[in-house]
Ligand binder design. Structure first.
Ligand code: AMP
Length: 206
């Protein structure tokens, strides 16, 4: 968990490959649905472009589908979900039904000034969604050759709205986890990708 630009996608991808589990990013799934022109993508588009959250029932339906896949049977990492208390409750119901538990909730925190700085220069691959490291100077994706672009919702006014939505809707989820679970692993998202990853791994180990 964490605000936009905290590094969820980058750190999530590293963690998932380290633990050998699939990573399910609701944002990535929604963007892929938009590229495919599917109904889900069309429904999500106007919310995403405005920096608003896609309705809980749509997101919970999507999560139910991915978590019931055989690939998810021996563990997974969720990125960008849950973002509302209703989603967190929905996830708990699904986990209870499947007799599964959350092993950890990792919260990356970064201050607003740094978020605005990071997102204003962030580029992603139009085709595979890979997040490009800031020092990259080329215009094509090293993974699939796709074009590197600025995400439409990384525009300044939309980022401001996404931050507001994060404070209103998603911060209460952290409180909910703090009260209802063993706790939340709070990690500073400042510094290099490697430093943050090291902090997360140390936190998880302890
Ligand atoms: P992200 O890539 O995680 O920053 O998500 C991009 C956008 O997708 C968000 O600003 C929302 O519009 C939508 N989205 C992603 N995950 C969720 C979620 N769990 N609940 C509602 N909307 C979401």
């Amino acid at each position: 968990m964490g605000p936009p630009g905290a590094g969820k996608g980058t750190q999530g991808a590293l963690l998932a490959s380290r633990f050998g589990v699939p990573r399910y990013s609701t944002g990535d799934i929604l963007r892929a649905s938009r590229r495919d022109g599917s109904e889900l993508g069309r429904e999500a588009q106007r919310y995403m472009d405005a920096g608003e959250l896609v309705p809980d029932n749509v997101i919970l339906g999507l999560i139910r589908k991915v978590l019931s896949s055989t690939e998810a049977a021996s563990g997974y990492l969720l990125d960008g979900f849950p973002r509302t208390v209703a989603q967190a409750r929905g996830l708990k119901d699904m986990l209870d039904e499947a007799d599964q538990q959350l092993d950890a909730v990792v919260n990356l925190s970064v201050d607003d000034g740094e978020i605005l700085r990071r997102l204003s220069s962030r580029r992603v691959c139009e085709d595979c969604g890979a997040i490009v490291r800031p020092e990259t100077t080329t215009d094509s994706c090293a993974r699939c050759g796709g074009r590197l672009v600025t995400r439409p919702d990384d525009r300044l006014d939309t980022v401001r709205r996404r931050l507001e939505v994060y404070r209103q809707e998603t911060e209460p989820v952290l409180d909910w986890y703090r009260e209802s679970y063993a706790g939340v692993l709070d990690i500073s998202g400042a510094g290099s990708v490697e430093q943050v990853q090291e902090r997360i791994l140390t936190g998880l180990a302890s």
